[in-house]
Design a protein around this ligand. Sequence first.
Ligand SMILES: [Zn+2]
Ligand SMILES: [Zn+2]
Ligand SMILES: [Zn+2]
Length: 350
Amino acid sequence: MEQQQPLLEVEQCVTSIPEDHEATCWGCGLRLVFASYSPVFKCGWCGAITQSNQTSRKPDSICFSRWRRFRDGFFVTVLVLFMLFVICGGVWAVYPVVFSVSMFCGIFHCTVTALFAVFTIASYGLASFKSAGAPASIRWGSYPMVGKNDLENYTFCTYCSKPKPPRAHHCRSCKMCVVDMDHHCPFIGNCVGASNHRAFVIFLISVVMSCSYAAIMTIYASYHVWPTLDFQNLSSSRHSMSYMKVLMEFITILANSVFFLPARGIILVYLSFASLSVNAGIAVLLCQQLSYIYDGNSYLNRLSSPNVVHGERGLQNLVRFFGCPYPLSRVFLGYLNTGKSQDNSGSKLL
Ligand SMILES: [Zn+2]
Ligand SMILES: [Zn+2]
Ligand SMILES: [Zn+2]
């Protein structure tokens, strides 16, 4: 008699094994019989994975749902206000300085700022309002309707009471399953999944570019509006002072000059610090996202099984993710993969 092994050890067709332990496949409704008890098994007909203890879960409490909605609303409001503040405050504080340099610089600055602002807000809107990726509806539940391998590696979502495709996860904030779910982002008030992942990464890229530009321009403008520092006393007595004392004296003069900064200067200093800090944080997040895409993985999959490689690694994942046309990706990757076999650069890449 053939022994049924747990799913993680070996996958077997179990529909024809006559023995004591019985269970029903949720996918096709067939009764499965096995030699030994296993908490997780895969149907040999439809390919669905059944957990013996799966029962429909109660919906989340109203308090929990309200808390998640409040949290998302709070983060979205803070982020939108911050973006508007950086755009409006940056334009107001920087434009007199750039227009004082030349009319061309002023117009160039206004154009670049407008482009960054539109690009960032548009990608934010797309990532935020576009559905993250609901699973396609699929027939399930009874044998004649469900064909061979129709539900290959599908699991059953006990929240939605519906089939859940491989690599999909249920989000309790969005109250739905999301295909290729990466994570639920409270700053966009939405999940990051198959449909809006590209918009989310483009948003991160546009934030990094916008904040870098904002940091450069605000530091440049701060330098121009900063009151003149009086180093006369310091230069006359610096030979008789230690390095530490010179440094302390310099910092004191700099700190005192802050009190003479105009309102425009204070906004500029704040904006330069804020854009540098946001830039650092978002750049780390962007690098993490790009590395997951390169690995053919997602944040949640990495968390649930850190040592499992879910897809093929390589630059082709990044090219495919950003939707480069077929000939361009082929030429680009063919160039980078010089030295690899022809088979690898052909069938696997595209
Ligand atoms: Zn089945
Ligand atoms: Zn679900
Ligand atoms: Zn979500």
